[in-house]
Design a protein around this ligand. Structure first.
Ligand code: SF4
Length: 355
């Protein structure tokens, strides 16, 4: 039994975090120093911080949760050297490696997304940027997906030229994902084969082509809290619509496999910081949710309003039923009910990419 005197808990009203939330709801932007204070908050204040974040989340999104479904449409074989990535040439992780999937496989993924109540089907390839063959495959499949399913399509194809971005917009892609991954200062520590500016340039090309932006990052790569804040503010400046927040899964065989210093409470502070810095944007708890938030993962949805349902690119997520139960138990609800155009069943377990 612990007989030490109880520490004073923050009161539920008029705490510094509640004041921050009030200012954010009044239209003020957080400064970098205020965002840093959130990441440095004592663990005892995490519930108060989440309550403040939830006021903002609720103002913009109510109790809704958006679901996304990932399809790893081309795996491994990537010439880039991103240190966190199991698909890089520098990774010896044991993953499936294959070229871009066939048309029927991509359509089966869309079917799985619809069956899992996802709003958005994310087609992801491992590449510095798309080859002509990969561009043509996406241009062919996207109109078919949009015709058969009530799904938005997000394409994650690597670096894009303005011409490639225009072609994606023309074939019906709603949104492009291209993560900044971390702050500009730290970027060169995790990748040397392309630059942070290359990534920013791709986001500008996507915006100029008229598509929405999905861009976020990975926390837990050895960066400082300041790097995380810099990324959150850069995403705010770019007016990114959707922000996936990944927590590094240090996959054996990747250069960053030794990075294991995240705690569930720190992950919750990160999510609260992203919500308060980007109040009206979709914040998604992405890869590493189950691994790092563990028994606290439901709490993350008080700050975030979106998750992936199903598996990640090369690692498994929890079963969709567990996600639906978590959302129901919170009293939240999945926003999109999707008309499934075909009755053909798809076993998404076939899409699990871990070898
Ligand atoms: S460019 Fe993408 S697929 Fe290639 S190593 Fe980097 S993160 Fe992985």
């Amino acid at each position: 039994m612990n007989n030490s005197p109880a520490q004073a808990l923050p009161t539920s009203t008029d705490t510094p975090w509640q004041s921050l939330a009030t200012r954010v709801l009044e239209g003020e932007q957080l400064t970098a120093d205020e965002a840093l204070q959130i990441l440095a908050a004592p663990d005892l204040e995490v519930l108060d911080l989440l309550q403040a974040a939830f006021r903002v989340r609720h103002h913009y999104f109510g109790r809704s949760v958006q679901l996304y479904f990932l399809m790893n449409a081309k795996s491994g074989l990537c010439p880039e050297d991103c240190g966190y990535c199991s698909q890089s040439k520098d990774s010896s992780a044991e993953i499936s490696k294959y070229n871009i999937l066939r048309r029927d496989e991509l359509m089966a993924g869309a079917q799985a997304a619809a069956e899992r109540k996802a709003k958005t089907y994310c087609i992801v390839i491992s590449a510095r940027g798309p080859s002509e063959r990969e561009m043509a495959a996406v241009e062919e499949i996207v109109p078919e997906i949009k015709k058969q399913f009530d799904l938005d399509v997000c394409a994650c194809l690597g670096l894009l030229t303005p011409e490639q971005a225009d072609r994606l917009a023309a074939c019906g892609v709603n949104r492009v994902n291209h993560n900044l991954n971390t702050g500009e200062e730290f970027y060169r520590e995790v990748c040397t084969t392309h630059t942070y500016q290359d990534r920013v340039d791709t986001l500008h090309a996507v915006r100029d082509a008229g598509m929405e932006l999905c861009s976020g990052g990975i926390v837990g790569m050895g960066e400082s809290p300041r790097d995380v804040v810099d990324m959150a503010i850069q995403l705010r400046d770019l007016k990114v619509e959707s922000i996936p927040v990944n927590f590094l899964n240090p996959i054996e065989g990747t250069p960053l496999s030794g990075q294991k210093d995240l705690t569930p409470n720190y992950c919750l502070k990160v999510l609260a910081m992203f919500r308060l810095v980007n109040p009206e944007r979709e914040i998604r708890i992405a890869g590493g949710r189950e691994l790092h938030l563990r028994s606290l993962q439901a709490l993350g949805l008080y700050a975030a309003n979106s998750i992936f349902v199903g598996d990640y690119l090369t690692t498994q997520g929890q079963l969709p039923e567990a996600d639906y139960n978590m959302i129901n138990d919170l009293g939240f609800e999945v926003t999109q009910s999707v008309e499934v155009a075909s009755s053909k069943s798809c076993d998404a377990q076939q899409q699990k990419q871990d070898g």
